[in-house]
Design a protein around this ligand. Structure first.
Ligand code: PAF
Length: 280
């Protein structure tokens, strides 16, 4: 496994590798890797000859400086995990490398930018698309892999790819859950034992909605899910919605074919998100 820290070194390494033929896949991460990330590496390996994983905690996507400061950075653990997973190249740039000078970034991501996470974390998706564009430019991947757990993020990245008319394929991979249903997340590390127990209600509420979808109206499903979550101690619900999977607008009919249930809540001091496709 090669580890590179600069865009120039990365480009020259990939140029040589590309000459040998085959597709290049990118798995962008902010580190603090877990089995969800490993599943992205495996999916990438199945479709590409060279898999690049980036580890970069991107400051421009954090809307709360405290969140950026406490973001976990277990580098030795991450590198060991990537080595075991058989990753080919790790790109670990500095902030200076990715942002050599202050820069403006604003692109039209469509109305979904301001819904759900966009409402609670204003500007978040501008920061995400800013860094992902830079990573795409540095790697020029044929394929890029993201986790479905950040459902809205995948939509925003697809929008950015369309905006710049980029030719790579963005692939969303299924959420990986712990045995008890908790969606894997780098932030789970912050959960105290009791919070972790309480956090299970998020996946339980999503599962309840999926399993009872044919039985109840949209309003009843939303009411029941919100009730389950707000009845759990230590949880502050930001939203629970059943939305159109493309626009993220609230579903108006159960007949819509592409519905997804999405939730965000603060569990103790940790904000978690999760979602479930209602038809898959
Ligand atoms: O999902 C993440 O870890 C980040 O938002 C990403 C896509 C690596 C951009 O910093």
């Amino acid at each position: 496994m090669e580890i590179v820290n600069t865009i120039a070194a990365l480009k020259s390494l990939l140029e040589t590798a590309r000459l040998a033929g085959g597709k290049v896949a990118l798995v962008p991460t902010m580190g603090a890797l877990h089995q969800g990330h490993v599943s992205l590496i495996s999916a990438a390996q199945a479709q590409a000859r060279i898999v690049v994983c980036s580890i970069f905690v991107n400051p421009t996507q954090f809307t709360d400086p405290k969140d950026l400061e406490k973001y976990p950075r277990p580098l030795a653990h991450d590198l060991a995990m990537l080595e075991t997973a058989g990753c080919d190249v790790v790109f670990m740039p500095s902030v200076k490398e990715m942002y050599p000078q202050p820069e403006e970034w604003h692109i039209d991501l469509g109305p979904a930018e301001f819904l759900l996470e966009g409402e609670f974390r204003r500007g978040h998706y501008q920061g995400v698309t800013q860094i992902v564009k830079k990573l795409f430019d540095a790697v020029s991947p044929d394929l890029a892999f993201f986790g479905q757990k950040d459902y809205q993020q995948v939509l925003m990245i697809r929008q950015m790819v369309k905006h710049f008319n980029m030719s790579l394929k963005v692939i969303s991979c299924p959420i990986i859950r712990e045995d008890d249903g908790l969606a894997m997340s780098s932030r789970n590390i912050h959960l105290q034992a009791e919070d972790r127990r309480h956090a299970l209600v998020l996946s339980k509420a999503l599962k309840y909605v999926k399993e009872h979808f044919s039985q109840y109206s949209l309003a009843e499903l939303l009411h029941k899910a919100a009730e389950m979550i707000t009845a759990t101690p230590g949880i502050e619900l930001d939203y629970f919605t059943i939305a159109d999977g493309d626009t993220l607008l609230p579903a108006t009919s159960k007949q819509q074919s592409n519905l997804v249930a999405l939730v965000a809540a603060k569990v103790g001091d940790t904000r978690l998100i999760d979602n479930m496709l209602l038809f898959d």
